[in-house]
Design a protein around this ligand. Sequence first.
Ligand code: MG
Length: 128
Amino acid sequence: MTVRVLIVDDQEPFRMAARMVVEATDGFDVVGEAETGEDSVTMASDLLPDLVLMDVNLPGINGLDATRQILADNANSAVVLLLSTYEEEEYAPRAAECGAAAYIPKSVFGPDRLEEAWAAARGAADVS
Ligand SMILES: [Mg+2]
């Protein structure tokens, strides 16, 4: 099974970097890219991705609110990973608050962290 990924970031270089990470990871494919929180909510409901890589700082609704809206959509069982430039210790609690499965600083985001976060999120879902 391929993990279908929606990338959300307002900055093109970060979308490209995220796409390279996803494409470099076995079993993961990019199905779409959104530039705003609003678009991410619409695209998540249209594409029903397995995984959303969500930037925190976005114009309009931010990544935390977009995450809440995506997770509130019952038709959608996507796992959301929040990404930004903040330190992990500082931001992980806020990620948990909005329902995101994990927070990963952009500076350390790569195939290993992607696979690890996905496996942890799937493991948590299987137990519940
Ligand atoms: Mg941003």
